[in-house]
Structures are given as structure tokens and as C-alpha cells.
Design a protein. Structure first.
Length: 101
């Protein structure tokens, strides 16, 4: 199984949750999600490259696409996008936005 196949499974689940959130409840503020995603992608690029550079993480070259952002394979960034969409969608589904502390 390649990293893209694994990403497809996770991203499909995220899409299902996001669509359910859109249909059942109200949607998250997508501009906020996009801004957060951009920040998280920059942080992912920095810290993934550091971790790969010091040898903490390695990848099987036969299972990656060969596209990189410096040393980080592009597949690594799918988890960041998944988290940036999944968490606000779940938050809207469980009613977290309506709770006041």
C-alpha cells in the first residue's frame, strides 16, 4: 500500500464527516479553516523537514510519489489538511460551538 492509498482512506473519512456536518448541522467557518490549514501546512513543512533531516523519520521510497517539499514527501501534508477539516467539522456535529463556559 502506498502512502497515497493510505491518505485516500483517511481523506475519504474526513470528506464524509465534513459533508455530514454541512447537511446535518451548520458548516464551520471555512475561511477560518483555510487560514488555520495554511498555518498548519507551514508548520508541517518546517517540522517534518527537521524530523527527516535529523533521521527521526524515514520513508520507503517505493511507496511515495517522489514529490517533495525540500525533504518532506508531499503525502505527509494530507494529514494536516485532514486534521484542519475534520476537527472543525466534528466540533460542529457534536455541538461544541454552541456551548458557553
Amino acid at each position: 500500500m502506498t502512502y497515497w492509498m493510505l491518505n485516500a482512506i483517511f481523506l475519504a473519512a474526513v470528506v464524509v464527516v465534513a459533508v455530514v456536518s454541512l447537511v446535518v448541522k451548520r458548516s464551520p467557518r471555512w475561511l477560518s479553516v483555510l487560514i488555520a490549514c495554511g498555518i498548519l501546512l507551514v508548520l508541517t513543512a518546517v517540522f517534518d523537514n527537521v524530523m527527516i533531516g535529523i533521521g527521526l523519520v524515514g520513508y520507503d521510497r517505493t511507496k511515495i510519489s517522489g514529490l517533495f517539499i525540500y525533504r518532506a514527501p508531499i503525502e505527509d501534508f494530507a494529514y494536516t489538511v485532514a486534521a484542519a477539516v475534520l476537527l472543525p467539522s466534528l466540533w460542529m456535529l457534536i455541538g461544541g460551538a454552541g456551548r458557553r463556559g
